[in-house]
Design a protein. Structure first.
Length: 253
């Protein structure tokens, strides 16, 4: 497949629209549509075309390097020199730079010494004051040695899912069988809980008090469990589907 066909196929397999990709990458929809037809004339040159190819490939979940190599082979190879800002932009007005005077190191060192000495005197006075206050406020007691506790190392974990009153929440568990794009929103609080790609083998859990609204970009690539009920795959591979689940779902039938 050509570069454009590869990008288009990967986007469609991920269940993403050109409009969505445009919003994530800030590349205009017209430019993306042209690139998927192998028309790179709207990119503004080979240098920017390479950048657009990398950005689009990473957004739809594929390795950009083979596409860059194919583009270079078709367009005369990679650039032989680094593009400088002066090669692309012309300054509207000349910038004048004043003659730089030699720094006065002696004055700078003297000022620094004064600051250090002054800070040392201030710190010493403050520590002495705190020590005096501590001795006056704390009565002398016989101190018994206590063994120092060895801190137990902790392993960082993901934050636990939100909890609600028993029987008054909806719980969604998702297992990714394939790389899949998903969006999960708490309809009650109008809060986006997740938006992005789920890697293959990844399992995530979300909870809400009223309803969860989800969009699955690859319905055949995930398994859903709602309120403890295994729903399996909600659709076919590559199919984009929308669902709304509440505390009473799934209903019979």
């Amino acid at each position: 497949m050509s570069i454009g066909e590869t990008l288009a196929s990967a986007r469609e397999d991920s269940g993403l629209t050109i409009g969505y990709v445009s919003g994530r990458t800030r590349i205009r929809e017209a430019v993306i549509a042209a690139m998927e037809r192998d028309d790179f004339s709207l990119c503004g040159g080979d240098f920017y075309a390479r950048g657009h190819i990398r950005t689009l490939a990473r957004t739809v979940g594929i390795d950009p390097e083979p596409l860059i190599e194919e583009f270079d082979a078709e367009h005369g190879g990679p650039p032989q020199h680094v593009v400088k800002a002066s090669d692309v932009f012309d300054a509207e007005t000349p910038v004048s730079i004043r003659d730089r005077r030699k720094p006065n190191w002696s004055a700078a060192m003297a000022a620094a010494l004064v600051i250090v000495v002054g800070y040392g005197i201030f710190q010493f006075s403050r520590d002495e004051g705190r020590a005096t206050e501590g001795r006056a406020a704390i009565p002398a007691v016989a101190a018994s040695p206590t063994p120092s506790a060895t801190p137990t190392p902790t392993t960082p974990t993901e934050p636990p899912p939100r909890t609600f009153a028993q029987g008054k929440e909806v719980r969604l568990e998702v297992e990714a069988l394939e790389p899949t794009w998903m969006s999960v929103r708490d309809a009650g609080d109008d809060e986006e809980l997740f938006s992005g790609m789920l890697d293959e083998g990844k399992t995530r859990t979300w909870m809400a008090e009223k309803e969860l609204k989800i969009v699955v970009g690859n319905a055949g690539g995930v398994k859903l469990m709602v309120n403890g009920k295994d729903l399996g795959k909600p659709g076919r591979s590559g199919e984009v589907m929308n669902f709304t689940f509440g505390p009473g779902d799934p209903t019979a039938g």
